[in-house]
Structures are given as structure tokens and as C-alpha cells.
Design a protein around this ligand. Structure first.
Ligand code: DQA
Length: 144
């Protein structure tokens, strides 16, 4: 089983950006955590990050034929991007949306998610662990 883990804008600045909300660990720490978790779970992963909406669309398109499922934190594009929703619908792979912070407890505009309409679940507010939970969820969804 292979999963693509796709992170959106400003997540490359983890550790630096709003540490009270997103924590003090860096994007590099996240990638390390993802690889360690995937190994424990017996899942192969590829990790990607982009600050550009079109590049995120291309990364989603490229999962087709290359991965069995998608873990995606679309970051700010969560709340605006029909293009990301359409790309997820186009490849039609099981996908889980992850947010480090609890978006339901923040500004009203963060309660809207377009990509969630094409995802089997949304996990928010669990920090790095949310990504591991997403992998576990996809592993059981794909085993069915
Ligand atoms: C985020 C939540 C988004 O609202 C925000 O724009 C982000 C990060 C999160 O992981 O909590 O950039 O996706």
C-alpha cells in the first residue's frame, strides 16, 4: 500500500509560523514523523509540500496510478479551493483531510472545507498524530 501525503501553503514554515497554534516542530520534523509512522504501520509513503494551488492540483493528479490513497492538508486552500476538490474527485482515490489545528474552534471561515466533500474523513486538532490516524484510517478503508 502506498499513500501520497500532500501538504499545502505555509506548512513548510512549521515551527516558525504561529507556534501557539501549530507547535514548535518544523516541517522536517513532520516528514520524519510521517516516515517513522508509516514504517510502523507497514505503509509506503511519499511526502510533498507546495505553496501553489496549481501545483497541489498537479500533485493530486499524479497520485493516479502511483498511489492507493491520499492524506492531504490543503492548509488555507481548504477554505477556498474548488480546484483541489475537483482534482480529488477526478482521481477518485480514498482521501483523508488533516489539519494540525482544530479548525472548528477558530475563525468562522475555517469551518468551510471544499476538499472535505471528496474525503472519507476529516481529522483536525490532533497535531502530527492526525496524519498517523489518517494513515490508519486509509489502511483499513483500503483493506475492505
Ligand atoms: C491548517 C488550518 C488552516 O485553516 C490554515 O490555513 C493552515 C493550516 C492546519 O493544519 O491546522 O494553513 O490546515
Amino acid at each position: 500500500m502506498r499513500l501520497h501525503i500532500i501538504n499545502g501553503p505555509n506548512l513548510n514554515l512549521l515551527g516558525l509560523r504561529e507556534p501557539d497554534i501549530y507547535g514548535k516542530q518544523s516541517y522536517g520534523d513532520l516528514v520524519e514523523y510521517l516516515h517513522a509512522s508509516a514504517e510502523t504501520l507497514g505503509i509506503a509513503i511519499d511526502c510533498f509540500q507546495s505553496n501553489h494551488e496549481g501545483e497541489l492540483v498537479t500533485l493530486i493528479q499524479q497520485t493516479y496510478g502511483q498511489a492507493d490513497g491520499i492524506v492531504i492538508n490543503p492548509a488555507a486552500y481548504t477554505h477556498t479551493s474548488v480546484a483541489i476538490l475537483d482534482a480529488l474527485k477526478a482521481v477518485a482515490l480514498p482521501a483523508v483531510e488533516v489539519h494540525l489545528s482544530d479548525v472548528s474552534q477558530r475563525e468562522d471561515f475555517r469551518r468551510v472545507s471544499y476538499p472535505a466533500l471528496a474525503c472519507i474523513a476529516v481529522i483536525a486538532g490532533k497535531g502530527f498524530v492526525g496524519y498517523k490516524d489518517a494513515m490508519i484510517l486509509l489502511r483499513s478503508a483500503l483493506a475492505k
